[in-house]
Design a protein around this ligand. Structure first.
Ligand code: BGC
Length: 245
């Protein structure tokens, strides 16, 4: 079965039809740049362009980089504040003319990793963290997701954790891998103190370069592995959500 998945990120809006039996993109993905400011109307135009590129008819799953409950977007840390309390499901399904399911980006990526990637078959507490423009989290136990955890906004030494340990912080402050890994380590130690997971899955675009920073991280008891679906996890997870999986 194929369902369309779209991932709304801080830098790009990416989408493709997804083969749900294999957990893979069925066609090469199409990407447009995220508009700035990323208002609901301008992002909806971007989503419509991505879906229109494939002439897709049918259900569409869409990720959003904030809390989503019942199709309503509730927070907007790294997108325009106009998203707060917007009926995003209605807005996007009207704009693209297809039924839409919308969920948090890290939750989508986590669900995909638990089914097709690094979390397959893991029954204990698993925490997926996506390091990107912000830090997203997805928490699982017994394979079940606790939706809308916001562990990227834990306070660490008086700072919002994502402002210190996201890949955006690394770029903005021009941090070395070593320096940034030290910050990620402090963050992981803190999350571990709170949740004692058996496994951390590290996702986001930087998971492609895991060998540059994961070996530098010490003092974390849990296993730490890079995401396997890498940057397509959000798209795959969005499509799974639209299929009711
Ligand atoms: C948001 C999360 C999101 C994460 C990654 C955070 O700033 O609050 O909801 O999952 O960024 O995009």
């Amino acid at each position: 079965m194929k369902i369309f998945g779209v991932d709304i990120g801080g830098s790009g809006i990416k989408g493709a039809p997804v083969d749900l039996d294999r957990g893979e993109l069925a066609q090469e993905r199409h990407k447009v740049l995220t508009p700035h400011p990323a208002t609901p109307a301008s992002v909806a135009d971007g989503v419509a362009e991505v879906v229109g590129h494939f002439d897709w008819q049918g259900p569409v799953g869409i990720t959003f980089p904030g809390v989503v409950t019942g199709g309503i977007t509730r927070t907007a840390a790294n997108v325009d504040k106009g998203w707060i309390d917007t009926d995003a499901r209605a807005l996007l399904s009207d704009r693209i003319g297809q039924p839409v399911t919308i969920l948090n980006d890290a939750d989508a990526a986590g669900v995909a990793e638990m089914t097709f990637g690094a979390g397959r078959g893991r029954k204990g507490t698993v925490i997926m963290l996506t390091l990107g423009t912000g830090i997203g989290s997805a928490v699982f136990t017994g394979g079940q997701l606790v939706p809308n955890t916001e562990l990227g906004h834990l306070e660490l030494h008086g700072h919002d954790a994502e402002k210190r340990a996201s890949t955006k912080a690394k770029e903005d402050e021009d941090l070395s891998w070593h320096h940034w890994a030290h910050r990620v380590q402090k963050y992981l130690v803190h999350v571990e103190m709170l949740f004692s997971p058996e496994l951390f899955i590290i996702g986001g675009g930087v998971s492609r370069k895991a060998e540059k920073f994961l070996p530098l991280i010490e003092h974390v008891r849990a296993e730490m592995v890079p995401a396997e679906l890498q940057n397509n996890a959000g798209i795959v997870g969005a499509a799974m959500a639209a299929a009711g999986k």
